[in-house]
Write a protein that binds this ligand. Structure first.
Ligand code: ATP
Length: 562
């Protein structure tokens, strides 16, 4: 992209002293700053930079911001100029001024890359050493293929949200790495050794009830904080729940998160949340939703931790809704009427489904079952709040949650580690050694992967296009000087499943993938088919079966919502 590493005058530490002031000033949403601006039909996302006024700006400057340029946000030219002078790249200052306000960029050469530890839809994540502090950190490199302002605004939204949050169970953004001449950006986080998906999928790990309570308490505490600060996470799943070796859980990956204000509702996209953890109202096209979406995902995780496997592993949106109705019952007549969900006419089953959570999870502890019943309520209003969940019998009756520090120290178990083990096992099998020591030695079980939030940022066409091209690298394990962002290219394979199976929605006798009784004990989880395609609900409902086709399976819905 023609970027060269410049001698950007980068300050030594980030956040700068002013940053903590900014963080304080950002404490808690106000009507003015909770301005969720997802795009309208086919439109671009409004400037994230306009979402909140910079704290403590001189009056004159605030007056000038009264009529902000909607494309540029409310940040003044002077402020942008100062940011560029401080070492920020102009493309970032131009559209993400608010997000970087008060911070100074860290230089890439002050980090030593150790390993690639994660790959997301929009990012590569590296373990690195901060040569200034000596700390081990995670660097999330956000890919910008050609610096489209919309992509940058999305990333700015993630940064703004992260800066608004400050809680022991929410990942903390410690700084940003870039330079004036760079085309990319690294987000610096504390390094976390595990993620809950990795641990839960490990055949050697079985959680006790106090351990499940410990993880759930931390998850719900983190969610309570997000929700009271006006943030919906919108992608709660095991691989986004990071754990360190002290047993602390951090909610991570705010790439799909959004500001919301229950008193000033703005329509939001329904195309968020990874499929297995996506609540029925989103599958039914709701654009007016709230904390219930995260609580549903939390309910799925609670049941998964107790059952030892994902409880509703749908391959398509249609199948997901079917699994939900079979387990949680179909919505009541009253709810169909009240909710006015866009896809109600398409998906309303002819015969109502009866709720059978209690029978399905009959071996679960009663207080856990009670909480699952609440969190997996079909009507989001019945899921109540994270605060209510924290006060439930599940946490106030024995056995109590264990102390995080008493949790065992686990060997590496990240999705990436598990993927490597799977790949190694596959390689050995392919080499004809499957009957010898291979599978025994690697002691792995292939992990199914949940379909990520479909068009994660369904709002953003450029990101959808990019997903078709995303590539990944074979991680190197040697420690090396961290390259400047612009030299650290993305590599690899196109994302997306090649399978494209659309099960019939109603009364499908072929659907044997869902076991209806879960013992409260982690058994050997079956090898489950992975990520299904993301299908357009309307097409699916029309019963169109698509052939195996990577491209069509990744076609975004053209319907867009704000
Ligand atoms: N602070 C951290 N410490 C250790 N590993 C991390 C950290 N942050 C992220 N990772 C790893 O990198 C992976 C991808 O990170 P993240 O989920 O933030 O990126 P993403 O591009 O938004 O991903 P996705 O497409 O899954 O939403 C995580 O699943 C995790 O394994």
């Amino acid at each position: 992209m023609g970027c060269v590493q410049g001698k950007g005058r980068a300050a030594s530490a980030s956040p700068s002293p002013r940053a903590s002031h900014v963080a304080r000033a950002e404490a808690g949403p106000t009507n003015a700053d909770v301005v969720k601006k997802e795009n309208g039909a086919g439109g671009a996302v409004e400037a994230v930079a306009g979402e909140e006024a910079p704290p403590q700006q001189p009056k004159k400057e605030r007056r000038r911001q009264a009529k902000p340029d909607p494309r540029q946000g409310s940040f003044s030219n002077r402020a942008r100029g100062e940011q560029v002078a401080a070492g920020w790249p102009p493309w970032l200052a131009a559209v993400a001024g608010e997000a970087i306000n008060g911070w100074s960029p860290r230089r890439a050469d002050t980090f030593e890359k150790i390993d690639k530890i994660g790959q997301g839809t929009y990012s590569n994540v590296y373990k690195a050493r901060d040569t200034k502090s000596g700390n081990i950190v995670a660097l999330k490199k956000v890919r910008f293929d050609n610096l489209e302002p919309e992509s940058v605004r999305f990333m700015a939204r993630e940064i703004l949200i992260l800066r608004r949050l400050d809680h022991p169970n929410v990942v903390k953004l410690e700084g940003l790495v870039t330079s004036r001449m760079s085309c990319s950006l690294y987000l610096v986080f504390k390094y976390m050794e595990h993620d809950l998906a990795g641990l839960a999928a490990s055949p050697d790990i079985k959680f006790t009830e106090p351990q499940v309570k410990c993880y759930m308490h931390q998850l719900l505490s983190g969610l309570e904080h997000c929700h009271t600060r006006g943030v919906l996470h919108r992608d709660i799943k095991g691989s986004n729940l990071l754990l360190d070796n002290t047993g602390t859980l951090n909610i991570a990956d705010f790439g799909l998160a959004s500001f919301f204000d229950p008193n000033h509702k703005q329509p939001m996209t329904s195309r968020v949340v990874t499929l297995w953890y996506r609540p029925p109202e989103l599958l039914l096209g709701a654009t007016d939703y709230g904390v219930g979406v995260d609580l549903w995902s939390a309910g799925c995780i609670l049941a998964e931790l107790l059952a030892g496997k994902p409880i509703m592993p749908g391959r398509t949106e249609v199948e997901q809704l079917h699994k939900i109705f079979k387990l949680c019952g179909s919505p009541s007549e009253e709810y169909w009427k009240k909710s006015k969900l866009p896809h109600a006419t398409i998906f309303k089953p002819q015969q109502p489904y009866k709720r059978c959570i209690a029978q399905t999870f009959k071996d679960f502890p009663p207080s856990a079952l009670q909480l699952i019943e609440t969190l997996l309520a079909i009507d989001p209003a019945d899921r109540k709040t994270a605060t209510d969940a924290l006060r439930s019998d599940f946490f106030t009756t024995e056995p109590y949650a264990c102390d995080p520090a008493s949790l065992p120290q686990y060997p590496p178990s990240k999705e990436m580690d598990a993927k490597r083990r799977d790949e190694e096992a596959r390689r050995l099998r392919a080499a004809g050694r499957s009957n010898a020591e291979g599978p025994k030695k690697t002691r792995t079980r292939e992990r199914p992967r949940a379909v990520p939030a479909p068009e994660a940022n369904a709002e953003l066409q450029v990101n959808i296009d990019r997903r078709r091209l995303i590539t990944h690298a074979n991680a190197k394990s040697k420690s090396e000087k961290f390259p400047p962002p612009h030299q650290d290219g993305a590599l690899g394979f196109p994302l997306g499943s090649s399978h494209h199976i659309e099960p019939p929605f109603d009364g499908d006798p072929a659907d044997t993938s869902f076991s209806t009784v879960f013992p409260y004990q982690k058994g050997t989880a079956p090898v489950t088919t992975w990520s299904g395609p993301l299908v357009d609900s309307a097409q699916a409902a029309n019963g169109k079966r698509k052939k195996k086709s990577g491209r069509s399976s990744k076609q975004p819905s053209t319907a867009r919502v704000r």
